[in-house]
Design a protein around this ligand. Structure first.
Ligand code: DAH
Length: 369
């Protein structure tokens, strides 16, 4: 017979206690019968449901109906009983395990397969370049993407209104008309400003590479993106020559593209280096022939050469900005270089649209896993 709440006639302490004990043993017995989730739910509802649950009935029959003089004792007993019943119901909940008696768990089923991510091809290329220079003793420096005009241009020997500024379509932060020109904020157009930031912090000698994001006001197309990546390099010491620059970069290109590539320097211009050069390597797609079988080689535009980076000897005017930190242009010399990582990743992986790198289509990235 399932337990029902008796009406009380005797409200004395011993009578109340007896009734409470019967109630607790009924609840204990029922809790032992709980097997499944469904059992658990009906057990809880039967005892705890606000409207017709046993605890509510007890409240009505034993407390509300109690004569005035018995109310206090009844209150104490009913409260203790409620606490005990609540405990029993919660314990049945917490053990939860009885469900296993009826259900089975097939431990031979395969688990949930989580796809393993792949390193982004641009990050991977960047890391490879950094590691080549790491083995030559270079350390890594980083700097802010939101930069001041001073670091991005002025301290790199781009005087105000210098036409060389026009070669980099700069994205300025709006609303800075009242800020002094050199403090105006912009999205850095190259990683070169970190050369100055590093020399402000570290005294010579330095050998660093600086990977990072840069922005230019270029509309997106297959070979341009308003956001792209560069790696900058800087070496400063007491007697660094253009020969060191050539030897270092020739070694790095062979380490990156294979020992059979040849390098070639063509004169160029950058405000922060003098002399300046562009570095070309023999096309690692066609091996420098300009043709693939009878087909023209597209990546090198049939020339057999691919432009990889800009470089040069640090202009003494640049050292002037950090002179007080040990960079007296009469005493130190150095070389610098900067390369576009995305373009190298495109060539390396034979991808023909830079936009694919930044659209986030998993099907594209899975190919690099
Ligand atoms: N900052 C240049 C650019 O973005 C690239 C560059 C050229 C960096 C020559 C250098 C350098 O450090 O020496 O076009």
């Amino acid at each position: 017979m399932p337990y029902t709440v008796p009406k009380l006639t005797d409200y004395s302490a011993p009578a109340l206690e007896k009734a409470a004990n019967e109630c607790i043993s009924a609840c204990t017995a029922e809790s032992a019968q709980v097997r499944t989730d469904a059992d658990l739910k009906s057990f809880r509802d039967r005892w705890m449901a606000r409207k017709q649950g046993i605890l509510t009935q007890i409240n009505d029959r034993w407390l509300k109906d109690a004569p005035k003089e018995a109310k206090r004792e009844a209150g104490i007993q009913v409260n203790a009983l409620k606490a005990r019943i609540t405990e029993l119901v919660e314990a049945a909940h917490a053990s939860g395990a009885p469900a296993l008696d009826n259900e089975c768990l097939d431990i031979s089923l395969p688990g949930v397969r989580r796809p393993i991510g792949a390193e982004h091809p641009v990050v991977k290329t960047s890391n490879e370049i950094v590691s080549v220079f790491g083995k030559l003793g270079y350390s890594v420096a980083e700097g802010p993407v939101v930069e001041t005009d001073y670091y991005n241009f002025e301290a790199l020997n781009f005087p105000p209104d210098h036409p060389a500024r026009d070669t980099q379509d700069t994205l300025f932060i709006a609303g800075q008309q009242s800020t002094p020109a050199r403090d105006r904020l912009l999205l850095r157009t190259h990683t070169s400003p970190v050369q100055i930031r590093t020399m402000e912090k570290m005294r010579p000698p330095v050998r660093i590479v600086i990977p990072g994001k840069v922005h230019r006001n270029d509309p997106p197309d297959a070979s341009h993106s308003p956001m792209f990546h560069q790696i900058e390099g800087l070496a400063v010491d007491t007697s660094i020559t253009f020969g060191d620059l050539k030897g270092t970069l020739d070694h790095a290109m062979k380490a990156l593209f294979g020992s059979s590539v040849r390098t070639h320097f063509r004169p160029s211009f950058f405000p922060f280096t003098e002399p300046s050069a562009e570095l070309y390597v023999t096309c690692f797609i066609c091996g420098g022939k300009g043709k693939r079988g009878y087909d023209p080689c597209r990546p090198c535009k049939q020339s057999g050469w691919i432009e990889v980076l800009g470089c040069g000897m640090v202009d003494p005017n640049v050292f002037e900005f950090v002179k007080d930190n040990g960079y007296d242009p009469k005493k130190v010399s150095g070389f610098a270089f900067g390369m576009g990582v995305d373009r190298l990743a495109l060539l390396k992986y034979g991808v023909d649209d830079i936009q694919l790198f930044f659209q986030g289509d998993v099907r594209f990235f899975e190919q690099f896993g």
